[in-house]
Design a protein around this ligand. Sequence first.
Ligand code: ZN
Length: 278
Amino acid sequence: MTRPTEPVVRRTVRRSAAISGKTLLTGQPVTVSLHPAESGSGIIFRHSPTGTDIPATLDYVADVPQCTSLQAEGVRIDFVEHLLAALAAGGVTDALVEVDGSEVPLLDGSAAPYEALVREAEALPLTEAVEPISLPESVKIEGEGKVIIALPGNPEFWYLLDHEHPLIGRQAAIYRPLRDDFRSQVAPARTFATEEEARALIAARGLEGADESMAIVAYADRLSAPEPFPNSFAMHKVIDMLGDLCLIGRPLHATVIAYRTGHADNRALARAIRTEAT
Ligand SMILES: [Zn+2]
């Protein structure tokens, strides 16, 4: 049974809260601070060195394949997705996110530190509501050997992983916001990469701050750290989906099922849904 889509109360945060880490690009420290915002403002990133405000919507997404980045006026902020996922899971629709550098720190590569940050700032219900997006029919993005589809239905996020690395392999994960606990069942899932992927990314982008604390690296014969739970690689892909779909700018009341897809596919789906819904 699909529940009828009811307006969702907008939420900001009750108080400011901050977290610091090091950047992947240089290893320099960077601080992210969450602040309350006016009802209807949406999630806005502020690059504090330049004072540039960048709304977290599809209109400001930079086409970076390995992460989700927002850009405006020549300023770019990378790796916004895990924080956006935590904000979405916490029901926060309106907040100012101040970043004193050009990336949101990966920290341990999971959404757990950002879930804790949102909890510390505490979601504060506002008087206004937002109409969630519900789909009249399915929306699908297909690529070579991969697919992501959004179906009319309750909010559910499914990911089927089928990775060629034997230590990553096949996994399935599902997050049902109406039933499941984001904090314990989803947020601890860490970013992962094969050794080859990690080396290629570090070389291509000159990442001086990268180390194994930020992700689980799959070497030929071992993982750099054990998985936090058995299907955590697929669940991490769910985190990325949640964060990327947040860029639609309204809560999504749909069942999303993905197979082997990544950030670029999530963004394509978000764009298709926005077109469908307006
Ligand atoms: Zn991720």
